[in-house]
Design a protein around this ligand. Structure first.
Ligand SMILES: Cc1ncc(COP(=O)(O)O)c(C=O)c1O
Length: 420
């Protein structure tokens, strides 16, 4: 199922009148439904669902998922602090970061959990917190993603402790009397479900070599279908296939592993959209292209420019025009030729015109599948465009502003004046 069109044209024009564009819109109903699916992931001996907050770190979203019972995966000390400020209990936050947080001591002291992502991180953790428990992230030797940029397992990935180094990890832990009670893996974003399952089984064989491990996190990476022709991962099916492997593990190793999953994309991708206005229409002649220029772009939705990600785009007109369709490229507002919302499928460098009814300046485009890695991963303030506003639609369809549009003063507030 492709990402839902959860805003009607009429609603889109009202939202623009009230909040302006570009505007992120989140749909509480879709977000809640996705959380329910994660929390129902079939498991043999217990489950913790974590939300990988890097996907969309707005406090309103963190609180919504907290109220549903999800915990948090923070990818930096700053994310952990942000989650704490949003009211998430420290013990619900696990830090899986490439950079050891400067305030690690304070964060762990408050109750945050730490997942050591390298032997160096484990060494530092051991020095700071001897006699405690820790989780380690393992690179299982294989990964999968919708592009090489999002595959985070295997020999070309720097994420996690290489699976052949479990002895080294155990030796460091023993030196500091630290128990490795949890093992974590994350294979990539938008993973092929088959490869994901294979990696999960591989992770179990590695967990067998870590005798005190009682929790296994298999990360996120579940594919969602944004476009019509895409198929998303079925969590129920994946979990059902995986469950017997945990039972076999218990029979063979006498350990009932508590399962963790920590999706980002799956939880928020299709519960978010970006509304942008058509600001100009240009073309490059008979042999060229027609362009729809919008007031958003890589400053709000970097994924198409960064790795050719495909997002569904629906033209919303105030007049409900239904004229002959033509092909158009949709581009953003930045002075950057790469600021394009319609790259060619499968070729990030190429152009992928799409068919729309005749657009007019002032129309609105609903860019779907924009909940994950959009407002949290923009080309921030490029061309000095301010951060866009964000609204949450309640179950009854009422809009609530959850982030104001940034002002120019806020953009420059940390610059130091010549006379300071
Ligand atoms: C450690 C970790 N866990 C979870 C995720 C979430 O991945 P996804 O959004 O594909 O579910 C990521 C994404 O990069 C990650 O690095």
């Amino acid at each position: 199922m492709a990402s839902p069109l959860f805003v009607s044209p009429e609603q889109a024009f009202t939202l623009r009148a009230n909040y302006g564009t570009p505007l992120y819109v989140y749909d509480e109903k879709t977000l809640s439904a996705q959380a329910d699916k994660v929390l129902a992931f079939p498991n043999a001996f217990g489950l913790t669902g974590r939300y990988a907050m890097k996907a969309l770190p707005a406090a309103a979203v963190l609180r919504l998922f907290h109220s549903k019972g999800l915990h948090i995966d923070a990818s930096s000390g700053f994310e952990a602090e942000r989650a704490l400020k949003a009211g998430i209990p420290a013990e619900n936050i696990m830090i899986t970061a490439q950079e050891i947080p400067v305030r690690l001591k304070e964060l762990v002291g408050r109750g945050c959990l730490f997942n050591a992502c390298s032997l160096h991180q484990l060494e530092i953790y051991g020095q700071l917190f001897p006699g405690t428990e820790v989780s380690i992230r393992i690179n299982p030797g294989l990964g999968s993603g919708h592009s090489n940029r999002t595959n985070v397992g295997g020999p070309s990935s720097s994420f996690g402790i290489w699976h052949e180094y479990t002895d080294k990890a155990l030796a460091i832990a023993a030196r500091h009397k630290v128990s490795i009670t949890m093992m974590h893996t994350h294979f990539g974003s938008g993973a092929d479900p088959e490869v994901w399952m294979h990696c999960a089984r591989l992770a179990l064989t590695i967990a067998a070599k870590l005798p005190e491990v009682s929790r296994l996190s298999l990360g996120g990476g579940f594919k969602v279908a944004r476009m019509e022709d895409e198929t998303g991962a079925d969590l129920h099916e994946i979990g059902t296939h995986l469950l017997p492997a945990f039972e076999t593990f218990e029979k063979e190793h006498g350990r009932r592993l508590h399962l963790e999953v920590e999706p980002g994309t799956f939880l928020v991708a299709n519960g978010g959209a970006l509304l942008v206005s058509v600001i100009d229409l240009v073309d490059t002649g008979e042999e060229g292209y027609r362009f729809i220029k919008t007031d958003g772009g890589m400053t709000e939705i970097l994924r198409p420019s960064l790795y050719g990600a495909q997002h569904p785009i629906t033209l919303m007109t105030s007049t409900g025009r239904k004229e002959e369709e033509n092909d158009y490229l949709v581009v953003g507002h930045c002075c950057e030729s790469g600021d394009i919302l319609t790259p060619e499928p499968g070729n990030p460098e190429g152009l992928g015109p799409r068919s729309f009814v005749r657009p007019e300046i002032g129309d609105i485009l609903f860019v779907g599948g924009a909940g994950a890695y959009c407002s949290g991963m923009p080309a921030k303030n490029y061309n000095s465009f301010p951060e866009a506003a964000e609204v949450m639609l309640s179950r009854s369809g009422e809009a609530r502003l959850i982030r104001r549009r940034q002002t120019v003063d806020q953009m420059i507030q940390n610059e130091v004046a010549d006379d300071e």
